[in-house]
Design a protein around this ligand. Structure first.
Ligand SMILES: [Zn+2]
Length: 381
């Protein structure tokens, strides 16, 4: 082979950037009270970004250490949603306060807004989740919504947060329902990762899929006991599973291991006003059942049918929604259902990571039959 030929046949190595984990995770009861020095390392003038509720809840935890470290902090509520307009207001607040780092406090949307404004202003970010409803405190990803709460797109961030503080005392003040939702969002990792990447030969992806299986098993085994005894050891383990391990899987697996049909269904549902009373993880949990139903109907997949029955039992035990009716969407019109299905099937949707083609009519059929007995309502390809 001549020199020229070998140059021609060589394929360039693709550069693949990994954002696996926060640089540091501090975790424990009263973790915030002991995090003063770790926080003060990032600067002198933090801007605290959160929901108005979470800012109030977190204040007694944060104020003593801000004072102790002599930090000049300012607070800003992120507004109605993690939207482009909220981000604009937050960037202005960073400028006005001359903030040198951000402390994000709250649930998924508050943390997404805080992470994104830090990314845009190129300053460090500390995340303090106030509930276990999502793994947003961990990930290098922010979801953008419209002012009306409809999902628009996600943004990949340059890195995971510089510091994550998981304070069990603070998380325990959140309504129980948020942990239930967090369990729904976390358990989706297995169903989405295994269907999109279960046959991958890539070392890190194989590892992410296996960890998603472990995460599912931990949740099956410990969720009911955790919810009966908030604050207990088991409750802390389940909180770790929802906030931390779910984040690890997204980090190691990258975009391929993140979302498939369960999240696509969630995204479609956010475009219906009536869906706004339910939490992200609740819609995702329902979305898993829809995804399994699609695998049953379009592939005649018996394993999916069994998995769906297992999940229905689990959902009944811990209070996750099984149907549109459980999500408060029992009265939507066919037009609205079609709209959600159309959005979930748009050409850029993650639903197309399924190993078969899905059209809105098939998705609608799956969406209304999540509790169907096994073996019924099969549609041939
Ligand atoms: Zn999610």
């Amino acid at each position: 082979m001549t020199q020229t030929q070998s140059t021609k046949t060589a394929t360039p190595t693709a550069i693949y950037s990994l954002t696996i984990a926060p640089a540091c995770v501090l975790r424990g009861r009263s973790a915030i009270a002991q995090a003063g020095e770790a926080i003060a390392r990032f600067g002198k003038r933090p801007l605290i970004v959160g929901g108005s509720n979470s800012l109030a809840v977190a204040q007694p935890y944060l104020q003593p250490i801000l004072k102790q470290q002599q930090l000049q902090s300012a607070e800003t509520a992120y507004g109605k949603d993690c939207s482009e307009r909220s981000l604009e207001t937050l960037r202005e607040a960073v400028q006005t306060h001359q903030a040198d780092f951000i402390i994000g406090v709250g649930g998924g949307k508050a943390l997404d807004a805080a992470k994104l404004v830090a990314h845009q202003c190129k300053i460090p970010i500390v995340t303090i989740p106030t509930s276990a409803a999502t793994c947003a405190a961990w990930t290098a990803l922010s979801n953008i919504y419209s002012e009306q709460g409809a999902f628009q797109y996600d943004v990949t961030l340059a890195r995971c947060p510089d510091l994550l503080i998981l304070d069990y005392g603070l998380i325990q003040t959140a309504p129980q329902r948020t942990l239930v939702a967090g369990i729904g969002d976390a358990i989706a990792k297995w169903y989405e990762a295994s269907v999109s990447s279960g046959h991958s030969e890539q070392t890190l992806i194989i590892s992410a899929v296996q960890q998603a299986r472990i995460l599912r098993d931990i949740l099956f085994q410990k969720s009911a006991a955790a919810l009966k005894e908030p604050g207990s050891e088991t409750w802390q383990e389940v909180t770790d599973a929802a906030v931390l391990l779910a984040g690890v899987i997204g980090g190691i697996g990258g975009a391929q291991c993140r979302t498939v049909a369960a999240h696509a269904v969630h995204n479609g549902l956010t475009h219906l006003l009536a869906s706004h009373g339910t939490l992200h993880g609740e819609k995702v949990a329902y979305g898993i059942l829809v995804q399994l139903r699609l695998e049953e109907m379009l592939q005649n997949n018996q394993l999916a049918a069994t998995a769906r029955q297992q999940l229905l039992k689990f959902y009944a035990e811990i209070g996750l929604p099984q149907t549109l009716d459980n999500l408060g969407l029992g009265d939507i019109t066919i037009t609205e259902l079609q709209r959600a299905a159309d959005i979930a099937c748009n050409p850029n949707s993650d639903i197309h990571r399924l190993p078969f083609k899905v059209v809105p009519q098939q998705l609608m059929a799956a969406m209304v039959s999540t509790t169907a007995p096994v073996g019924e309502l099969k549609i041939k390809n």
